[in-house]
Design a protein around this ligand. Sequence first.
Ligand code: NQM
Length: 291
Amino acid sequence: MDRDWLVFHPSPSKPAFRPPPGAVDAHCHVFGPGDVFPYAPERKYTPCDAPKEKLWELRDYLGFERNVIVQATCHGADNRALVDALKASNGRARGVATVKHDVTDEELRALDAAGVRGVRFNFVKRLVDTTPREVLRSIAERIQPLGWHIVIYFEAQELPELYDFFTSLPTTVVVDHMGRPDVTQPLDGPEFELFIRLLRENPNFWSKVSCPERLSKRGPDAYEDVVPFARRVVETFPDRVLWGTDWPHPNMKSHMPDDGKLVDFIPKIAPTVELQRKLLVDNPMALYWSR
Ligand SMILES: O=C(O)/C=C(\CC(=O)C(=O)O)C(=O)O
């Protein structure tokens, strides 16, 4: 792994908040193990191994029942580690893959059979080289007939430039980590307003209200600066939000979050039992387990 890589928390605290029965951790990753599933040659980082068995352990410990595993860029478009985890999950994990435009129909069908329900388009420059939009559009058209959705990952300052491309996508679109807002800006300032508009004017858009540990400027003991942003999204679009741990927290440099504390963040952003059930059960089940 990279010399400055931070390994996931070895012994997270037991959260005080108990997720409702059937709760889904809808954003997490598996890495390797690298000697079985080698990392992609074009990767921008080399992580620690974070195998499926550790993810299942964490799921049970935190009180979740299911996972959505998102292909991370360190595995490129080689989805073998993801598929291996999905097949070993007894139906308790679904996946979001990365595919290239030359993926065959047979490959897509095999991914679908394994439990993949979407593809991820990553626009974060430190993570990937740019893929031309025509290529992304052709992938979108290929996966649409399968009923899959597209997960997009970008940083808030890129949204004005990407807005029209995003709204032209033909499927349900899920935004990672609320479009990574700068939480030092006002909640009703132009940057976050544009993101709210994206969801308000486009009913096919969903948002993950995840990653306070990446967005907070205050650090591990108080992700409070992220609360108003996440709460606004949850309360305004209660049927189109998802939550995830982001385990094993790739590329965290400031600190490694305690996963138990991340779970205790949930009632702050989804303050009622109904909002919690939608966020953790109804919404991810509708998007990932409808078949
Ligand atoms: O885990 C995340 O969602 C965020 C990542 C990693 C990532 O997206 C990737 O490697 O594909 C990040 O900000 O470094």
